[in-house]
Each structure stands twice: as C-alpha cells, then as structure tokens.
Design a protein around this ligand. Structure first.
Ligand SMILES: Nc1ncnc2c1ncn2[C@@H]1O[C@H](COP(=O)(O)OP(=O)(O)OP(=O)(O)O)[C@@H](O)[C@H]1O
Ligand SMILES: CC(=O)C(=O)O
Length: 578
C-alpha cells in the first residue's frame, strides 16, 4: 500500500518553469491530494489508478475545468478504460475522449498543476507519477525518422513535426517532382535552427524499383477477378484509369514488362494488391487478372519475385537525384541506396561523390537499404562500404516472405551494430496511424522490439508523408522508443555472437503440421457461421475463443456444437477459452 510520502511532487515540479516551481505550495497540495486520494482508495490498493484516480483528480478541480476535460476541450488524452467507466463517453458512437499513455497522463496532470497555480491554489499530483518513467525526450537516444510528403511538408507542419520529436527527415526521391524538395529543404534547416533542435536529412534514392505511373483521376479500384491492361505508357497522357494500369518507360520497367511471362504474379504496394499475367500482347503490353484487389494510387511499388531483372544499382534518375542531394548546402547527412545487393552497388554512389569532388567532411553517410535476399548473402561487402544501414521491411517482406522479416531484422541489426553502423528500422511501424491518432498494441510492441534489437532509429513512411496524424505518429515512435530504452538493459541480447545474416535466407518450413505455436481465434459475427468455422479450422485455428463479454441471444449455443462438429478429426486441439 502506498504512503503519503510516496506522492512524488518533486518529480512533477521538476517539469515546471522555474518561476512557477518556486512558488508552488507543495506541502499544502499534498495534504489536499492525500485526503481526496484516500477517499477514493476504497480497496486500500497497491496503487490508486483507473477510474478512481480520475474521480480523485476531477474532484480536485473547479467544476468548469473538469467539465471541459471530460468534453476533451483541452485535447488532453485520458485513459480510455477509465473514461469509459467514469463518463460513459467513447462507446456506441458518443464523442470519444481518446486514448492514454502515461506521458500524456503526466502532461495532463501538469496542466492541472498550472491551472491550480494560476487560480492561486495548491499543486496537484498523483500516485502514477511514482513510476520511474523517463519523460525527458532530450535524453532519448533512438532517433525518429519521418518521411516527408503532402501531409507534413508545409511551412506550418515542419516546425510541428520537429517539436513532436522528429530527428531525421526523409526526402524520398521516388516522389520527387515539381520543385517540392527545393522548397522543403530550406524550411527544414530554417526551423531546426529556430527551434534549437538538431535535425538531420536523409535523401532516399529510388533505386531500380518498379512503380506504377501517375493517375488520370481518383485512385482506381481493382476488383478481384477483373482482367485489366497492364502496360508501358504510350505517351504522357497514358495514365492509370479504370481498366488500365501503366508504368513509365524507364529502362528497368521496359525490361520488366518484356521479361514478364504468362502465369507470373505482380505484387503492388508491398503485396497489398496482387495481379497475375494472363496474356502477353507484346513486349510492352500485358493483360493481368486481379487476384487480390484494392485501391490503386499513383507511384505504388511493384514487385515481381519470380522475375530477375539485371540492372545497375543506380538508375539514370538515381544519378540525377544523387547529384541534386550532393550539391545541397548544408549537405544532407545520409543518402540511401535502395535495393543494394552487394558492395559494388554502393561504390556507384561513392564514384559520383568522387566525380563531384565532394570533400570528405561534406559526404553524407551511405545507407544501403536491405530489401533483397542477395543483400543478406553479401552483407559483409555491403557493410564495408557503408556508415549506416536500413532494414527496409516493405520490400524485404515481399522479396523474402513476410514471415522472414523479424529474424532478418534481428540478424541485420546485430551484424550492423557490431560493425558500428547507424541502423534504421523501417516500414509499417505504426501503419494504423495513417488513419488513427493512436498506435495499436502490436505496433508499440514492434517499435519497442526494434529498440530492444538495437536499432538506432525507427522510421515513419506513409504515417508521416501522407497520413492523417503525422505529428501523433512521430510522438508515438518517440514515446515508445524512450520507454523501451528505459528497460532494455533488463533484456538479454537475442542473437548469439557469430550468427551469420544469411541464416535468414535458409529454406522455409512450410509444413504446418510441425507448428507448435497454437493459433487462438476469437469468434464473432465475422467468423462464427457454419460456412466460416470449417474455413477457420482449415486456416490453422487451434483454439477458438468464446468471449462472454459478447454472449447473447443463443449464439454460443449454436456455435459450440459447430466447432466440435467441424473440428472432429481435422484439428489436434479445440478448446473454448472463456
Ligand atoms: N510527394 C508525395 N506526393 C504524393 N504522395 C506521397 C508523396 N510522398 C509520399 N507520398 C505517399 O506516402 C506513401 C508513403 O511514403 P514513402 O515516402 O514511404 O513512399 P513509398 O513509396 O511507400 O516508399 P518506398 O520508396 O520506400 O517504397 C507513398 O506511397 C505515397 O502514397
Ligand atoms: C523503406 C523501404 O523502401 C521499404 O521498406 O521497402
């Protein structure tokens, strides 16, 4: 049980401006808080938390202020479960008071302190401040890399992105057009200086990546089963439209379409969409059937794992982009070489620096993006020519298979760190934040696992470039990384010394009967029909979960016998976890 002395006012006061801090009446505040907290600590619990904590905090405030908080007028984030329980907000379409995170909570508490101070009252504090959490982002070591794009590269957004915690901005040359970089680059340098924050820039060369071209109008829906044209643009007006997907006529893309044979798959947008070649009309025109549909946007990547195209590491566009990045003043700090497969690929960039006579102290760090199986095999040669390295999980997941990515990530980080490189872990780190203001649990786990693996930086792609919540995404990465750093010393390194990176390329186990890890699937309207249950079993479900929170109207009575009926003989174990 906690004691009055446990209420750690000092911890919160530390974060107040000096002038305010020196006037705060900590002792009187403690007395007041203690009385209120004890009143709600009905269970004499280890710690006062959740709903009761909120009741205590809200009681300590003038009513107008607490009402404003409940309506989320201040934009503070409250603990979701507590808010549900206490206010009923956020369920069934009511306006949601969002999320929680401990740092947010402390921010909120600080607001209360300031509010009370300005109302000439005492200081407010709470038991949760006892947790020895590091909140001072100036101490954060893991860098946040944010890709810039339409959602984040305005004059208004860049300082906000810096204040949210961005350490490195990524300028992705795949999307370089129309003078955008020329406008944005000086803004980064200007606001970094104005805000007194060291911010670096990473220029990312597209590499021999295949991409669809530009759109004629809105994103084009690709419907499963439909057959559409897939070809090289005949002219500048041959854009993507319903019934036709086009690619620009670069040397590599011409080679790709020429090499495509009937029966091979093309994966679009890191495999979200999949089409299969059903007819080859000419060396520049195909007909493809949509296998996995979606909404096709401009310049989305295309991968063709079954087709080997032999081309140089740096395309004509890369050389032009590299020349642009290298003449910037001040110079960019990093240049990424996409799809690097061997040391020689990086030499092509070094040769450009030599040709441009870039002095040693102005040379950006060379950062190969590891996204091809061949790069894992040739990692030693790659590391030799590099100062940084990116685990580019987007293309790696397509080229290597998704399930291989975590192991490859661990091996790559361990090897690159041993060689003293700066390692960036990239892609889909908080993908859901393209649409939502908070990350999912699994995204926070992924972010922290990257820090535990030893990554020096975590990257945002679409979340920062074109998502709805670029600043929140930066903060989510920064918060998760800071928290992970505080506890990582408790964990043992997972990759034993001497493990070779190429291990990630070894033949894959495909026999599901050998799997020991059980898959638990919660049943609900999407999966508990007589049609779906056998499909769920065939897909690999070992344990069905019947969640009593949603038990009503005889559903369980109908579903339970179905599980037993279809499981018979086909599943090693069927249980119901209730
Ligand atoms: N300048 C831009 N204009 C329009 N959309 C952009 C721009 N920059 C980024 N985006 C959008 O944000 C998404 C994610 O940005 P990112 O820079 O990571 O590109 P990407 O194409 O996904 O990455 P990669 O080059 O690594 O394959 C893009 O796919 C695109 O939809
Ligand atoms: C970042 C990138 O290029 C990738 O993950 O594929």
């Amino acid at each position: 049980m906690y004691q009055r002395e446990d209420i750690n006012v000092g911890k919160l006061l530390k974060r107040l401006p000096k002038a305010v801090r020196s006037k705060v009446q900590a002792k009187e505040f403690l007395d007041e808080c203690w009385t209120i907290f004890k009143k709600y600590d009905a269970f004499q619990s280890e710690k006062l938390e959740g709903c009761n904590l909120w009741k205590a905090l809200l009681e300590a405030l003038p009513e107008a202020f607490s009402q404003a908080i409940l309506k989320n007028q201040y934009g503070w984030s409250l603990q979701q479960d507590s808010v549900y329980a206490f206010t009923g907000c956020g369920r069934d379409g009511e306006p949601a008071v969002s999320l929680i995170k401990f740092p947010e909570y402390v921010k909120f508490t600080l607001a209360l302190i300031l509010h009370k101070y300005s109302a000439n009252a005492n200081v407010l504090d709470c038991k949760m401040a006892l947790k020895p959490q590091e909140l001072d982002h100036s101490k954060r070591k893991t860098k946040v890399v944010a890709s810039l794009g339409p959602a984040s590269w305005s004059e208004e957004m860049i300082p906000k992105m810096i204040e949210a915690g961005t350490d490195i901005f990524r300028l992705n040359c795949s999307h370089r057009r129309g003078g955008d970089f020329e406008r944005v680059y000086p803004l980064i340098r200007k606001y970094s200086k104005m805000l007194g924050r060291r911010v670096e820039v990473l220029g990312d060369l597209q590499g021999p990546k295949f991409r669809v071209g530009e759109l004629e109008g809105e994103p084009v829906p690709l419907k499963e089963g439909e057959v559409v044209e897939f070809g090289i643009c005949k002219d500048d007006n041959d854009l993507i439209k319903p019934g036709r997907i086009t690619m620009k006529p670069t040397t590599e893309q011409l080679a790709l379409v020429k090499a495509c044979k009937v029966g091979i798959d093309l994966l679009i947008e890191d495999g979200i969409m999949k089409v299969n070649v059903v007819e080859k009309i000419s060396d520049t025109e195909l007909k493809v059937k949509i296998i996995r549909g979606g909404k096709l946007k401009a310049r989305k990547g295309v991968n063709v794992p079954d087709c080997e195209i032999d081309c140089a590491a740096l395309t004509t566009k890369d050389i032009e982009d590299a020349e642009y990045l290298l003449q910037l003043d001040p110079p960019v700090e990093y240049i990424c070489v996409s799809f690097a497969q061997k040391g020689q690929d990086l030499q092509e960039l070094i040769d450009i620096m030599d040709r441009l006579k870039v002095p040693a102290d102005k040379r950006p760090k060379i950062c190969p993006k590891i996204e091809k199986p061949q790069a894992l095999t040739n990692i030693e040669g790659i590391i030799e020519k590099s100062q940084a390295l990116m685990v580019a999980r987007g293309d790696l997941g397509v080229e290597l298979e998704l399930e291989r990515v975590p192991f490859a990530q661990k091996l790559l980080i361990a090897r690159a760190k041993k060689a003293g490189l700066f390692v960036i872990n990239a892609t889909q780190m908080v993908e859901s934040m393209i649409e939502n203001p908070v990350p999912t649990r699994s995204e926070v786990c992924d972010l922290q696992n990257a820090v535990f693996d030893g990554a020096d930086a975590v990257m945002l792609s679409g979340e920062a470039a074109s998502g709805k919540f670029p600043c929140e995404a930066v903060m989510a990465e920064a918060d998760a990384a800071l928290e992970a750093e505080a506890v990582r010393d408790f964990l043992k390194p997972q990759v034993p010394d001497g493990t070779v990176v190429d291990e990630a390329n070894k033949p894959q186990e495909l026999d599901d009967s050998k799997r020991q890890t059980q898959v638990v699937a919660s049943l609900g309207p999407a999966s508990w029909s007589e049609e779906m249950i056998p499909k769920m079993i065939a897909s690999g479900t070992n344990i069905f979960r019947l969640n009593c929170s949603h038990r009503r109207g005889g559903d369980f009575e109908r579903v339970y016998p179905l599980i037993r009926k279809y499981a018979k003989g086909s599943m090693p174990l069927v249980g119901s976890k209730i």
